[in-house]
Structure formats: C-alpha cells, structure tokens
Design a protein around this ligand. Structure first.
Ligand code: APR
Length: 186
C-alpha cells in the first residue's frame, strides 16, 4: 500500500493524500481533469473514461455546449454519473494551460467549482487528481498550494463534505502535495 497521510483541513473535513490511480478510488465523487469539449482525452481524462465505460462519454455528450465546442469552460465544473467506476459521480473540471501567475485564478476556480457541485449533491468524500499538472504543464508545487488554499476557502459552504482526497499519480506529485499540506495544514 502506498503512503497515505491525513490532515485536518477544517472542523469536520479531513484532507487525505494518497498515491495511486484515481479510477480505483471509492470516493463518492472523483474529479476528472478534462478539456473544454468534455469528450475525453489522454492522461487522467482518458483513464477515467476507459474505466467508466461508454456511458460516461454519452453522459458528457448530453451536457449542453455553452458555445460551439465548449461544454465546460476553463475554471468551471460539470457533474455526471460514474457508470462503471466505484465512484458514484464524476465531476469534470477544466484546468488552465499554465501560462504563469495568471493561471492561478482559473486553477483555484476549478477546486471551488468542484466543491460547490459536491455540496449541491450532498457528496461526503471527493477525490482530486493534480489538475493541470500533466499536459497543461502547471508546476506541481504552485498547483498544490493553490489546491489546498482554494479547498479550505470554501469548506464552510460544503458542510456535508467529510473528506477531500488527493490521489497523486507518482512520487513527485505526492511529494509536492505533502510539502504543501505540511506547510499549510495542521
Ligand atoms: N490517476 C490519478 N492521476 C493521474 C492518472 C490516474 N489514473 N493519470 C494521470 N494522472 C495525473 C498526471 O500524472 C498529472 O499529475 O493527473 C495529473 C493531470 O495530468 P493530465 O491528465 O495530463 O491533465 P491536465 O494536465 O489537467 O491536462 C488536461 O489532458 O488528457 C487531456 O483531455 C485532457 O485536454 C485535457 C488535458
């Protein structure tokens, strides 16, 4: 079993850092690092679609476009069932392609948007990947800090959220989130 660390992010919400494959998570909801078309892709997006089965793509196709080719604008989130996944829900969010300090706001918005949707659906446990830290090139250390600060900011609006998990795919992302958690969280 890979290392798992628990912290207290708020009065009734734990922060759990683990290493592994998010498609195997038994959280109520897993977060997908999608793109604005929201019809699948590579990285964690591809892994989640493969594990969820064809129903996920059909559910994504049914999500209304807000403008041609865009179902989920950067920084926003959409929710679908999880189909063949253990997780009941998939919350799709679109992180920014890293372009320096200006990318912090849309990345923070991803985490807030996902937690807002989780609160609306009474979700108790949610698992995030390292949004934007793959193809989209976000430096892990900065992304880790933004993720923890953003989640902590909106906890009060998600009273049913018991656990926020980060499922990191490899030693380096895990180390980045661990360093950020030890600096920011008790
Ligand atoms: N479980 C958990 N994390 C994973 C998994 C997995 N099975 N597979 C990849 N990751 C990690 C990557 O190692 C990276 O740390 O998810 C993080 C995000 O990387 P990407 O999946 O490349 O996502 P992102 O950087 O947000 O780029 C999104 O990539 O796949 C396409 O369609 C997607 O266009 C979108 C873009």
């Amino acid at each position: 079993m890979t290392p798992v660390r628990r912290f207290s992010l708020g009065p009734q919400t734990a922060l759990v850092l683990e290493q592994g494959d998010i498609t195997r998570s038994d959280a109520d909801a897993i977060v997908n690092a999608a793109n604005e078309r929201m019809l699948g892709g590579g990285g964690v997006d591809g892994a989640i679609h493969r594990a969820a089965g064809p129903g996920l793509r059909e559910a994504c196709e049914a999500v209304a476009e807000v403008r041609p080719g865009v179902r989920c604008p950067t920084g926003e989130a959409r929710i679908t069932p999880g189909f063949d996944l253990k997780a009941r829900w998939v919350i799709h969010t679109v992180g920014p392609v890293y372009r320096g300090a200006a990318s912090a706001a849309p990345l923070a918005s991803c985490y807030r948007s996902c937690l807002r949707l989780a609160a609306e659906h009474g979700i108790g446990t949610i698992a995030f990947p390292a949004i934007s830290c793959g193809v989209y090139g976000y430096p892990r250390g900065e992304a880790a800090e933004i993720s923890l600060r953003s989640c902590r900011e909106v906890l009060a609006a998600a009273p049913e959220l018991r656990e926020i998990r980060f499922v990191l795919f490899g030693d380096e992302p895990y180390a980045a989130w661990l360093q950020a958690a030890e600096a920011l969280v008790r």
